[in-house]
Design a protein around this ligand. Structure first.
Ligand SMILES: C[S@@+](CC[C@H](N)C(=O)[O-])C[C@H]1O[C@@H](n2cnc3c(N)ncnc32)[C@H](O)[C@@H]1O
Length: 320
């Protein structure tokens, strides 16, 4: 019954959602191909979890007020309206649920990876530790002390995307003392050199978050990055996610999802990981070729396609 009421209310609200969609897409059109648009995808989900009281992220609430595409119209016509519908009906649909209610579902991908990373970061208890976020986008874990447990945070992203983030952080009034911004394009520049020049110390235990990024990079950059992280202090950890080749290249739904990202944001998926029949063995082999140990992984499959996983996330650690 709740689902029916929720659906009917959503249908009645379609004009507001369309207005919100227009107000969201408009700023993106002006920065298409320069500033990352896909970084709104995970941010929007985390902002919605915060509004629904499912995952505390007060920094996301503040940052949303200052980012170009989560402007007032979008916040009111989409995010707050959805929150209101959830409150009226007492229903949180699976696409907005956190922690993820259904692991085998494309819609729960962001919830799943956010949950995985939050838990691993919480468990990271190295003395004198630090956090490095590669391809940080609108990640808010560095602001306030909800996630970073007093550790300093380094954020790396392309100069254009980082400029927008810095402007938004400044005007939002977010506490940013712990964050060092390092502008760098992974494909054309040496991110580690730039980090070290900005004060990063690779011999301190580091928790590296590389979330929602590998799919946009070249295979060479991915291998180089893992190799460089293996030079960090023993006990450093990296969490990263990837798209398995079988589902994204061969399946109609995978190709459609790839096209929809390209059409909506003008961004292209470049890297898909070829997983063997034994996914854990493939990951272990990949990581050990870079002197990293597989600590844990989560491989997602759709209920109607168990043979080809559609998503994977990994936690690896530096070997002694
Ligand atoms: C989908 S967003 C994910 C953002 C953030 N990690 C999160 O999960 O909220 C991908 C991010 O990777 C960054 N990125 C993609 N290619 C990059 C490159 N060649 N160099 C630096 N950053 C890159 C984008 O600018 C964007 O912020």
């Amino acid at each position: 019954m709740r689902t029916v009421v929720f659906t009917v209310l959503c249908v009645l609200c379609i004009p507001f959602f369309l207005l919100g969609l227009f107000a969201f897409m408009l700023p993106l059109m002006f920065s298409r191909g320069v500033v990352s648009g896909t970084t709104y995808e995970p941010f929007n989900s985390r902002y919605q979890y915060e509004l629904l009281g499912l995952r505390a992220d007060p920094a996301a609430r503040l940052l949303a007020r200052s980012l170009p595409a989560t402007n007032l119209i979008v916040r009111v016509c989409v995010f707050h309206l959805l929150t209101l519908l959830c409150r009226i009906t007492g229903l949180i649909p699976p696409a907005l649920s956190y922690p993820p209610s259904d692991l085998g579902d494309l819609k729960s991908m962001v919830a799943m990876r956010t949950h995985f990373i939050d838990k691993k970061l919480q468990a990271f208890s190295a003395e004198n530790g630090q956090i490095l976020i590669l391809g940080a986008g609108w990640d808010t874990r560095g602001y306030g002390n909800t996630f970073r447990k007093g550790m300093p945070v380094y954020e790396v992203d392309t100069p254009a995307t980082q400029t927008v983030k810095k402007r938004a952080v400044n005007s939002s009034g977010l506490e940013q003392d712990a964050v060092t911004f390092v502008p760098c394009d992974f494909e054309t520049e040496q991110w580690l050199e730039k980090l070290i020049a900005a004060g990063f110390e690779p011999d301190r235990p580091t928790f590296v978050i590389w979330e929602g990024v590998t799919m946009y990079l070249s295979e060479r950059t991915i291998h180089d990055t893992l190799q460089q992280i293996s030079q960090f202090a023993t006990g450093s950890q990296i969490v990263f996610d990837f798209l398995p080749e079988g589902w994204w290249r061969d399946e109609k739904a995978g190709r459609a999802a790839t096209s929809s990202i390209r059409i909506t944001y003008g961004e292209k998926f470049n890297f898909f990981l070829r997983l063997g029949a034994d996914a854990e063995a493939t990951l272990t082999e990949l990581l050990s070729s870079h002197d990293l140990n597989l600590i844990s992984s989560c491989i997602q499959r759709l209920p109607n396609n168990q043979a080809k996983p559609f998503y994977g996330i990994v936690l690896a650690e530096n070997q002694a």
